[in-house]
Structure formats: structure tokens, C-alpha cells
Design a binder for this molecule. Structure first.
Ligand SMILES: [Zn+2]
Length: 243
């Protein structure tokens, strides 16, 4: 690993043959959003609901305590007003230019799509796309928010399943296959705001066969050594300079 310069990384990106982006939680942190796992936020949530975010954001909790689940989910997740900023817009622009081929997203707010990205693979689902487990009818985030308590399918009267992946749940096999395919095709892999921890490396980097893994991150981490090139700093400031 070496701390790289903007001009070196820009050259690698524009000289790429097949560039794949992995967009992590640091992209939202840039927008001032704290993830549910952020220690400070997790503490506040536990004080308010008596359970930790990990406990509530699980299929066990959803299946056994659906009312408190939906209270938590509506207040702490669905009500968040999340809008993409310069970093997301820069990725969308690079895709428009034909440089970025695929965006693998690790967030659930559909921010890449809001910024105009087309080819997005969502590892953890999307809060905007919810479905009835019985008939498959799709419901928007607004429909869920409008429900007084637990949102029900208007045809089947069964609870609507949120379109996100709970902690500890497996990633959908179809998505995982596509992700593996895309990463194995990449000559340049651009990781934005993610920690290259063992879990991330096992599930994503195992498929990467190139030698140009670029990490741009706003939070230093021991896993940064797993990248070939690293730039630390604000993603909203760095990414527009790479256009
Ligand atoms: Zn239904």
C-alpha cells in the first residue's frame, strides 16, 4: 500500500479497461449520516428502544416483534432524508462517460440511483422496494411510512417485508453471482468509503484478479493495507477531481 496522489489515481481510472466501483458506508458518512452501527448512534438507539440496532435489525426480531420492529424501522431508517452529494454525482458522471461499468452498493438508501447511476448491484437491498411475501406486490417507502403500525399488503392483509437484508442474513445468491462476475472482470477496482476488513475481503476481494485496487476513504483503518493505492480524505472533495 502507498498513499497515492490524485493525479496517479486519475490516470489509473481513465486508463482502465473495466472499472468496478464498490460504494461503502463512508459515502453516506460524507453526507453527515451515521450508520446504525455507529457507536454513538447505536447507544442512543438502545437507550430509546431498549434493544440494540443489531438485535432489532434481525430476522428473529422482525418475525417475533414486528410492531416494535416497524416503529424502529420507520423512525430510524425510513424517515432519514438522504440525498446524494458531489461524491455520488462524480461516480454517476464517470459511469456516463463509460469509465465506470458497474457500481456495487453496500447501502440501502438507493443513493447511487438517485445520483443517476444505471448499473447498480445492491448487496443489502433498497428501502424503496418492499414486497408482500404472499403475492409479491411491491410497495414504496412512503406506503410503509403512512401505515399507523405494521404496514399490510392491501390485497392479502399480511405484513409487508422490508426490501433490505437484515444483519446476519445471507446475500441473495443471484446478486452475489453477479457481484463476483463483475469483480472478476475488473482491471481497476475502486473502493469508496469501505473498510477492507476480513469479511469484506472474503466476500469481495477474493474475486479480484487485478493489481489496481484503489481505496478512497474518509476514515483510516488497519485494513487499508490491503489496497494497492490509498487516498485518505473527504470523498466529496476527492471524487469530483477524478473526472
Ligand atoms: Zn399481497
Amino acid at each position: 500500500m502507498a498513499e497515492a496522489t490524485i493525479s496517479v489515481v486519475k490516470k489509473l481510472i481513465h486508463g482502465s479497461r473495466y472499472l468496478v466501483v464498490i460504494s461503502g458506508s463512508g459515502m453516506q458518512r460524507e453526507r453527515g449520516h451515521k450508520s446504525l452501527r455507529d457507536p454513538e448512534r447505536a447507544y442512543d438507539i438502545e437507550a430509546k428502544y431498549r434493544y440494540s440496532p443489531e438485535e432489532m435489525f434481525s430476522s428473529v426480531f422482525y418475525n417475533t416483534r414486528i410492531e416494535p420492529f416497524y416503529q424502529f424501522y420507520k423512525e430510524e431508517v425510513l424517515s432519514q432524508d438522504m440525498q446524494p452529494g458531489p461524491a455520488y454525482n462524480a461516480v454517476a458522471e464517470l459511469e456516463k462517460q463509460g469509465i465506470v461499468k458497474t457500481i456495487i452498493s453496500r447501502e440501502i438508501y438507493g443513493m447511487s440511483q438517485k445520483a443517476g447511476c444505471q448499473n447498480v448491484l445492491e448487496l443489502h437491498g433498497n428501502i424503496e422496494v418492499n414486497h408482500c411475501p404472499r403475492c409479491g406486490k411491491v410497495y414504496t417507502k412512503e406506503y410503509l411510512l403512512k401505515a399507523k403500525k405494521v404496514p399490510l399488503c392491501e390485497d392479502c392483509m399480511v405484513p409487508i417485508r422490508p426490501g433490505i437484508r437484515f444483519y446476519g442474513e445471507m446475500i441473495d445468491n443471484g446478486i452475489m453471482t453477479k457481484v463476483a462476475n463483475e469483480i472478476s472482470k475488473a482491471d481497476v477496482l475502486l473502493v469508496l468509503g469501505a473498510r477492507l476488513d476480513p469479511d469484506f475481503c472474503d466476500h469481495n476481494l477474493a474475486y479480484y484478479q487485478g493489481d489496481k485496487l484503489i481505496l478512497l476513504t474518509n476514515r483510516e483503518d488497519t485494513g487499508d493495507v490491503n489496497a494497492d493505492y490509498v487516498i485518505h480524505g473527504s470523498l466529496d472533495k476527492i471524487l469530483p477531481k477524478l473526472l
